[in-house]
Design a protein around this ligand. Structure first.
Ligand code: GLU
Length: 312
C-alpha cells in the first residue's frame, strides 16, 4: 500500500482587529518562508468572525502591507464571516457524534466553580447531560475526555494535554450564534487543505483542542510549528492590546529586516527593495535556526526563559 504526502499548503490567518504589527509580520513571514522553501503554496485567511472586534478597513490595510512586503499569496483570500454555513454543517456533524451539548452556565457560574487550567477556568461539566439544541440561543460545548492528546511540534517538541483536566469541555459555538475560533479554524484549515501551520506560540495551548475537533470531524491533522513569542522592551507580548505599532506599506522594509534578524536569518543586502526581501530570504530559511525562548523586539536577540519547559 502506498501513501502519498499531500503537497505543502501553508497559511496566515490574521484577525483584523488592527493593523499588522511586528508580531503578526513575524508569523506571516515565517509561515511564508516555510511554505516557499518547501515548494508549497501559501494562503491568507481573514479571521473576521467576531464583529465587535473587527476594525473597519483593517483587513484591507493588512493585505496592502503583506503585498508591500512581497508576501504574495496563492488563491483568493478567504473571509470567515462568509463561512457560516460550513461551521453550521460542522456543528451538525459534531452533534451526530454525541459529544455536543448546550450550555446555559454564565461566565460567573463557571468562574466560581472552576479550577484554573492551561487557559483560564476549566469547565466543570455542569451541563453535560443536556442535549445539543442547535436552534437555541445557548452556547454549544464539545465533550472532552481524560485520554491525553499529544502532537510533536517542529519547534516546541512533544506537547500533550488531557483536555478534560486542562481545559474542560470547550465552547464551539457561542451563545450569540457565532462559531468559536477553535471550531472555525479547524473547519477552514481542513477545507483549504492546509498541511502545515506556522504561527505564534500564544496558540500552542489551543492546538490539542483543535486536534480533538479534527478527530471528531474526521479531517487530517496538519504539522505544527509554534514560533517564539515576540515581546516588547517591558517583556510584554507584542500585541494590539500592549500598543504595538502598526506597520504600513512605507515602514515595511526596516520591519522585515528586524523580523528576519529575530528569526536568526542573515541580513539582506542593503539596497534590496522590501518587496524582494522574502524571496531573497527563502534560500537561507532553516526553521531549526529560529532562536528558542522569547524574542525581544528592540534588541533582535533571544531572551532565554528557563521557566518555559516547552521550548527545548
Ligand atoms: N486569527 C488568529 C490570530 O490572529 C490566528 C489563528 C491561527 O493562526 O490559527 O491570532
Amino acid at each position: 500500500m502506498s501513501t502519498s504526502t499531500p503537497p505543502y499548503r501553508g497559511r496566515f490567518a490574521p484577525s483584523p482587529t488592527g493593523p499588522l504589527h511586528l508580531g503578526s509580520l513575524l508569523a506571516a513571514l515565517a509561515s511564508w518562508l516555510d511554505a516557499r522553501a518547501g515548494g508549497g503554496q501559501w494562503l491568507v485567511r481573514i479571521e473576521d468572525l467576531d464583529p465587535p472586534r473587527v476594525v473597519p478597513g483593517a483587513s484591507d490595510a493588512m493585505l496592502r502591507t503583506l503585498e508591500a512586503a512581497g508576501l504574495c499569496w496563492d488563491e483568493s483570500v478567504w473571509y470567515q464571516s462568509a463561512r457560516t454555513e460550513a461551521y453550521d454543517e460542522a456543528l451538525h456533524q459534531l452533534a451526530g457524534t454525541g459529544t455536543l451539548y448546550s450550555c446555559r452556565c454564565s461566565r460567573r457560574e463557571i468562574a466560581d466553580s472552576a479550577l484554573t487550567g492551561i487557559e483560564g477556568p476549566v469547565y466543570p461539566g455542569t451541563c453535560r447531560a443536556r442535549p445539543a439544541d442547535l436552534a437555541a440561543a445557548f452556547a454549544l460545548r464539545v465533550g472532552t475526555s481524560a485520554t491525553p492528546i499529544a502532537f510533536t511540534d517542529r519547534l516546541c517538541g512533544v506537547i500533550a494535554h488531557c483536555l478534560e483536566r486542562d481545559t474542560g469541555d470547550f465552547v464551539v459555538r457561542r451563545a450569540d450564534g457565532i462559531a468559536a475560533y477553535q471550531l472555525a479554524v479547524v473547519v477552514d484549515d481542513a477545507a483549504q487543505g492546509i498541511t502545515d501551520i506556522v504561527r505564534g506560540a500564544d496558540l500552542l495551548a489551543s492546538t490539542t483542542r483543535q486536534i480533538h475537533l479534527q478527530r471528531l470531524l474526521d479531517v487530517p491533522t496538519p504539522r505544527y510549528a509554534h514560533l517564539p513569542v515576540l515581546v516588547d522592551a517591558a517583556g510584554d507580548k507584542l500585541s494590539k492590546q500592549t500598543g504595538a505599532r502598526g506597520i504600513g506599506p512605507a515602514e515595511v522594509g526596516p520591519a522585515l529586516r528586524q523580523v528576519l534578524a529575530l528569526l536568526g536569518l542573515p541580513a539582506p543586502p542593503e539596497d534590496l527593495p522590501p518587496r524582494e526581501i522574502p524571496a531573497w530570504a527563502v534560500r537561507h530559511w532553516r526553521i531549526d535556526r529560529i532562536p528558542r525562548g522569547l524574542l525581544r523586539a528592540e534588541e533582535s536577540r533571544p531572551v532565554p526563559t528557563p521557566s518555559d519547559q516547552r521550548m527545548p
